[in-house]
Design a protein around this ligand. Structure first.
Ligand code: ARG
Ligand code: ZN
Length: 492
């Protein structure tokens, strides 16, 4: 290579690196990111939203260029062979000009309209691409900033439909349940299936008379279906914006207990496939929900939803619990575990209303939730837990890996439950209680998508000290932070 060639090569490399660094910095500095990946205008002149949210772990999930405000979902579950027939109206606001945009849905779509006008669509696996019809050929169908509605009619069986990740469909006899994290919603309704796009929701489910339909939210209607004599209809509403994985659909035989306490309605549902004794035990345990919420409120501030509940199916689940909005789902084998009840209820703040910006921000969900669980669970002592993990796992490589700031999809749900709250306790030690508790509470009250960088920044701003090194040690490294006061490790 000649000297001139080498010069140009080096200059190009420097330029490329500079551009990359600036791009990353820009992203970091812009606060709450709405990084709907760039839209494209194709030779046909149509403006297209990104086919996914561009999440580092699940790039294809969801779609870019719009924010959903509300899902209104009607599902008919009276068909044979557990097929579902649905019609959903998605209300959204465009964040850019749009002709084409993407939702997620695994069932067969029959008809789509945008603002009441029939639209073209194509489906491939879980992706539903919609091309709205232009009313003025010279302008994109949807202008940036405009509100629009998408109506989708669809049907099919969610049973065989496969989403990447842990199975989210459970069947027991004629009963079925769809629930899971990171994804499950697109097994039964068209959705921007990514936590950055929270929305309010209404679910109306038609079932054969005498069958129950349980969903996320508050039960706002149950009884004969006004449109279908012989069938029942169950209506559930989530009235504070929440994330798509905090939803579920269960159709089957359930014992449903409703009432009102602490000024809020509650609904507890337990499968009648459990033995009578198990049902009684499950209900007794679920009835501790209001007291748990009261306790959590002392640390986290006002409960974010208008109703509360809990749901115990008969199916053995792939996790102990799931923080479905207002109505957590619990594995029947976990009934009676106080820490789990506290955990799922703490998620009503951390995860369901203070939401993830991206899946790699999972620390914000599980570590803060687990710490709230440590704070309120009978007999649990955060300081003792800290010692057990920090000193007890001193020699365990598995405990200190992977980095909490980038656990990867396969280990998303591992160390956040033990090393995660250990970090939060170290942060509390470092901050002191008089700084930590107000900070913790104010974080729990700031609804909307929040990244882990946002969390670090907020903590840093809450203290006069610089916490950059503290967080680098605890979140970015894969070995045990040194037992120093800077790292929040008390002398012993
Ligand atoms: N978010 C749930 C909880 O901790 C756990 C979900 C686990 N999901 C999974 N794929 N392992 O309350
Ligand atoms: Zn959790």
């Amino acid at each position: 290579m000649s000297l001139t060639q080498r010069f140009w090569l080096v200059l190009t490399a420097v330029l490329v690196v500079t551009v990359l660094v600036l791009a990353t910095l820009g992203d970091r500095l812009s606060g709450v990111r709405t990084p709907s990946p760039a839209s494209t205008t194709t030779p046909d002149g149509l403006v297209r939203g990104a086919p996914g949210m561009g999440d580092p772990y699940l790039p294809e999930a969801g779609g870019g260029g719009y924010d959903v405000q509300h899902y209104d979902v009607t599902v008919d579950a009276t068909l044979l062979a557990r097929e579902l027939r649905g019609s959903a109206t998605v209300t959204a606001v465009a964040r850019q000009d749009l002709d084409e945009f993407h939702l997620d849905l695994l069932l067969r779509v029959g008809r789509v309209s945008v603002n009441g006008v029939p639209a073209r669509f194509t489906q491939s696996r879980d992706d539903l691409a919609i091309t709205a019809t232009r009313t003025d050929p010279g302008r994109p169908a949807i202008a940036s900033g405009a509100a629009f509605t998408v109506a989708v009619d669809y049907e099919g069986s969610p049973e065989g439909a496969s989403l990447p990740g842990t199975p989210a469909y459970y069947r027991t006899g004629e009963d079925f349940l769809i629930a899971g994290e990171p994804r499950a919603a697109s097994l039964w309704f068209p959705v921007n299936d990514h936590p950055r796009d929270a929305a309010t929701m209404r679910f109306a489910v038609r079932v054969p008379r005498g069958v129950e339909a349980i969903c996320a939210g508050r039960l706002t209607g149950r009884g004969p279906d006004p449109d279908h004599p012989g069938a029942d209809r169950w209506v559930w509403q989530v009235d504070a914006p929440t994330v798509s994985y905090a939803t579920f659909l269960a159709v089957g035989q359930y014992r449903v207990e409703q009432g009102r306490t602490d000024g809020r309605p509650f609904v507890y549902s337990v499968s009648t496939r459990l033995t009578a004794a198990e049902q009684t035990r499950a209900l007794r345990w679920l009835r501790k929900t209001p007291a748990a919420i009261r306790k959590l409120e002392t640390h986290l501030g006002p409960y974010p939803f208008s109703g509360m509940g809990g749901f115990v199916p008969s199916a053995e689940l792939n996790w102990g619990g799931l923080e479905v909005a207002m109505n957590p789902v619990y594995d029947p084998r976990a009934v009676g575990t106080e820490s789990l009840l506290n955990h799922e209820l703490a998620h009503m703040w951390f995860g369901d209303t203070v939401t993830l910006a991206e899946w790699n921000d999972m620390f914000n969900n599980e570590s803060l939730t687990s710490y709230a669980e440590w704070l309120v669970t009978t007999g649990s002592s955060p300081a003792v837990n800290f010692d057990e993990y920090y000193f007890g796992s001193a020699r365990s490589d598995r405990f200190w890996r992977p980095a909490l700031s980038d656990p990867g999809l396969n280990e998303l749900f591992v160390r956040v439950y033990d090393r995660g709250p250990t970090v939060v306790h170290a942060l509390r030690n470092r901050m002191g209680d008089s700084t930590f508790f107000p900070f913790f509470r104010s974080w729990a009250q700031q609804h909307g998508p929040r990244s882990l960088e946002d969390f670090r920044r907020a903590a840093d701003e809450a203290t006069p000290e610089d916490l950059t090194g503290f967080f680098a040690e605890w979140l970015d490294q894969t070995d045990r932070p040194e037992p120093t006061a800077e790292n929040g490790v008390p002398k012993r």
